[in-house]
Design a binder for this molecule. Structure first.
Ligand SMILES: Cc1cc2nc3c(=O)[nH]c(=O)nc-3n(C[C@H](O)[C@H](O)[C@H](O)COP(=O)(O)O)c2cc1C
Length: 264
């Protein structure tokens, strides 16, 4: 994520957030969702996820780039966004929670090296199913609202940009062992439940970018931020807290965010 550029249209928090991420040894976020408990009450759920590139600006591992160039080809890098991403397995509980709650999330990131906490509230959208599947086109439509063309003049190299190719790019950017994790037995189920499908087992390495079982479960989650907050703890005698709220797009000025300094 460190190298993906912010541009004139980027959100006012983007450059600094990216700078802090680039200093982190590994980029984990605690991701909160909400779920209904057995009594029907909304209740919080939280887990760590590994943040990946901002949507539209993949940061490819050299091995992934090589395989993509030889096989599917790369999407032209024509889009930008301020939407952080992570990948997941559709069989995990967070996927149902996002579907049930309308995608509400909050991600908390402790950028320890920069002594800053970042909190991102927004909506998360899951893509990676076939375009015929329920919800996929709506998720793409919602993600599109947070994307813009990098250069209206069009310096695109390569073929046409496609959603499928972009999701494959994320899959390719996982090691063969990580790709294999999408063929693990169902996450969260008791180990006494032995899978009947012989393709489902632990410890597999996947080289095929279109392995049917792994790709059936693999998803990209795109977070469209609505409110971002930075807590700067570099000076404990004078901590700084800044909040940015998204208030919509302006045709000429691009995205508009209202910045407010808060007491920490
Ligand atoms: C450092 C770290 C990184 C992780 N990265 C991811 C990730 O990127 N995506 C993911 O779905 N789960 C990731 N996990 C696993 C989740 O924390 C969690 O165990 C899993 O997603 C199931 O959560 P759920 O049942 O709430 O969906 C990670 C865990 C750790 C400790």
């Amino acid at each position: 994520m460190a190298s993906s550029a912010s541009s004139a249209r980027s959100a006012p928090w983007r450059r600094l957030f990216q700078d802090h991420l680039s200093k982190m040894a590994t980029r984990e976020a605690a991701l909160a969702t909400i779920a209904r408990d057995p009594q029907g009450q909304w209740t919080p759920r939280v887990r760590y996820v590994g943040l990946r590139a901002f949507w539209g600006q993949p940061e490819l591992h050299p091995e992934a780039e090589k395989q993509l160039k030889e096989e599917d080809g790369l999407n032209p890098t024509i889009f930008e966004s301020d939407m952080p991403t992570f990948t997941t397995d559709i069989r995990m509980e967070k996927a149902d929670q996002l579907a049930e709650s309308g995608g509400v999330v909050e991600a908390a990131i402790w950028a320890k090296e920069a002594n800053n906490q970042w909190r991102i509230k927004g909506k998360a959208f899951i893509i990676g199913a076939s375009a015929e599947e329920e919800g996929e086109l709506e998720a793409r439509k919602q993600i599109q609202k947070g994307m813009w063309l990098r250069d209206a003049g069009g310096t695109a190299v390569g073929g046409e940009w496609s959603w499928e190719k972009e999701v494959t790019t994320y899959f390719a950017n996982h090691t063969p062992v990580m790709r294999g994790s999408f063929k693990n037995p169902p996450p969260g189920h008791p180990v006494t439940e032995t899978p009947t499908d012989p393709n489902i087992k632990l410890g597999q390495k996947v080289y095929d970018l279109h392995d049917p079982t792994a790709r059936k479960n693999f998803r990209v989650v795109v977070i469209r931020p609505e409110e971002v907050e930075r807590l700067d703890l570099n000076d404990y005698e004078n901590p700084k807290r800044v909040q940015w709220k998204y208030i919509g797009d302006d045709i000429e000025k691009g995205q508009r965010w209202v910045e407010t300094e808060l007491w920490a």
